[in-house]
Ligand binder design. Structure first.
Ligand code: HEM
Length: 496
């Protein structure tokens, strides 16, 4: 036993020393000075990230490294972010994510979070190309979900932790487009869509204390309870999905056989999965289909709900913009059919709303986000180098603070600043990196923006809303990442 531990320590030390001496040949980014060994910059990163990063950038330049949770992480400022996003041969976003969220242990039926190329293709081919097809269903679902979760009432309704409720509203059309009209009507399906990401994201919430003992140890430790069958936050959701997917797949196969050419093909991702070459109707692995869906639930629900919640709270915080947005929506509403459904084209006409949403996304408030793993030694255009296996993170706030990139008062919320620039909320650009950029820019962004627009269109026409405090509701911060404010938002039914 002792021999094994000693041998293990010698091996780890040798690997560490070999790697260190190899890295020392590179022109590494400056490591910001720190005083406390092991802790390094962890406390400033967790509790004072905005000011701390500003100071680091001022003293060390556009690329600098910090010692956080026992690991050196390099942060990339505005001048070099595009190089990271453009070079998928050198930097991988999914790799860091796959280590921190143990998909490989949770989803044993598929290869962890699946093949990133395939995932992007699914979203592009099955969703983005069919946005027009999904417009009506998206609106019907959002109307009924808004009615169900907020509803009609006299007087006021005070909703605290709006994000929690928003995950259910946003999940309703997503579930419909993913697994079809019939199964998405069940509450357990909506709950699974709404709660899956939150439950699985528990792994992001655990501070990586084991990494202080040895970098990477945390990733190993968090997989142990899952592999031993003691804890798997995905299991209960997988069971719900398997039950409903099985219902639906079996029904579709049966009806297709029964009705032949007159069978009406459902339009949703599940049907697309069933038409893939690898799908064998005689040997169906329902768990694998459920696991595959989990990937897209993970990518879509939290991100869209967070964006939509922030947009609603940003408007509730600034009621002075409500009238202008209301008038725009009222005008657009005239194009609705007898069932209250707008044509796809009206999304384009929501210009003020689109600019408002882009501004809300722009000011999401993450200081640094989108960590990538260096797949090889890489030299930036300024000559600084990062070694293979280094985690590099993007200093988003550096992009946001820049007047040349954003225009005057870059950190102030100017809802209509994007109207003149003629850029829509889904347009990725050098000054707007919420959806990443380059080849891997989020393929689901068009779907997400459409959903947020339809959702806000409803809210604005139906309710007046404001913060309970009457003040601007600031985002909650955990380290450099933000979460929507949880304080009360007062909804009042509009008198028509
Ligand atoms: C407001 C909502 C959303 C935000 C802020 C968001 C953000 C992002 C970001 C930052 C990336 C990484 C991009 C990069 O590496 O450059 C990404 C990738 C991705 N997103 Fe989204 N996303 C949203 C909604 C969605 C939705 C609704 C879906 C699916 C329907 C989706 C599916 C994906 C997929 C599959 C990738 C990986 C793309 C690749 O690796 O090529 N996202 N998203």
């Amino acid at each position: 036993m002792y021999q094994t531990i000693i041998l293990g320590c010698i091996l780890l030390t040798t690997v560490y020393i070999t790697k260190r001496s190899r890295d020392q040949h590179l022109n590494l980014p400056p490591l910001v000075r720190y005083k406390i060994p092991l802790i390094g910059h962890t406390l400033s990163y967790m509790f004072n990230s905005e000011e701390f990063f500003k100071q680091c950038r001022k003293e060390y330049g556009d690329i600098f490294s910090l010692y956080i949770w026992g690991k050196v992480i390099t942060f990339i400022g505005k001048e070099h972010i595009a190089e990271v996003l453009a070079r998928d041969d050198a930097f991988d976003f999914g790799a860091v994510f796959r280590k921190r969220i143990p998909g490989d242990a949770m989803f044993t039926n598929i290869d962890g979070f699946g093949d990133p190329k395939y995932n992007a293709k699914v979203v592009k081919e099955y969703i983005s190309k069919n946005l027009g097809l999904y417009t009506e269903r998206m609106q019907t679902c959002l109307n009924s979900a808004t009615q169900k979760y907020i509803g009609d009432f006299d007087g006021q309704k005070n909703i605290s932790n709006l994000y929690n409720m928003m995950t259910s509203i946003i999940s309703t059309p997503i579930a419909n487009v993913f697994i079809g009209e019939e199964e998405s009507k069940y509450d357990d399906v909506i709950n699974t869509f709404a709660e899956f990401t939150r439950d699985v994201a528990v792994f992001f919430m655990i501070p990586p204390l084991f990494d202080l003992i040895y970098p990477g140890l945390q990733d190993y430790i968090i997989r142990i309870p899952i592999r031993l069958g003691l804890f798997n936050p995905a299991t209960k959701h997988e069971k719900v999905l398997i039950k409903h997917i099985k219902n639906q797949i079996d029904k579709r196969l049966r009806e297709k056989k029964q009705y032949g050419d007159s069978w009406k093909r459902p339009n949703d991702i599940l049907q697309n999965f069933m038409e893939e070459e690898s799908f064998d109707p005689n040997n169906i692995n329902y768990a694998a289909v459920a696991n595959k869906l989990c990937i897209f639930i993970f990518a879509s629900v939290h991100t869209t709900s967070r964006g939509c919640t922030n947009a609603v709270i940003d408007l509730a915080s600034r009621p002075e913009y409500m009238q202008e947005l209301y008038e725009e929506q009222l005008e657009i509403r005239k194009k609705a059919d007898k069932n209250g459904i707008l044509p796809f084209e009206s999304l384009k006409e929501m210009k003020n709303l689109d600019s408002f949403i882009r501004e809300s996304l722009r000011l999401t408030g993450d200081i640094a986000a989108l960590p990538h793993l260096a797949l090889k030694d890489f030299t930036f255009s300024n000559g600084l180098q990062v070694p293979k296996d280094r985690v590099i993170d993007l200093y988003f706030d550096d992009v946001i603070q820049d007047e040349a990139l954003q225009g005057i008062n870059p950190k102030s919320f100017e809802p209509f600043r994007h109207l003149n620039a003629n850029v829509t909320a889904s347009k990725v650009s050098k000054n707007f990196v919420v959806f990443g950029g380059g080849k891997h820019a989020c393929p689901g962004r068009f779907f997400a923006i459409n959903e947020i627009k339809f959702c806000m269109h409803n809210f604005i026409l139906k309710y007046n809303f404001r913060t309970e405090s009457g003040k601007i509701a600031e985002k909650m911060r955990v380290g450099p990442i933000t979460y929507p404010n949880t304080n009360g938002i007062i909804f009042e039914k509009r008198i028509k």
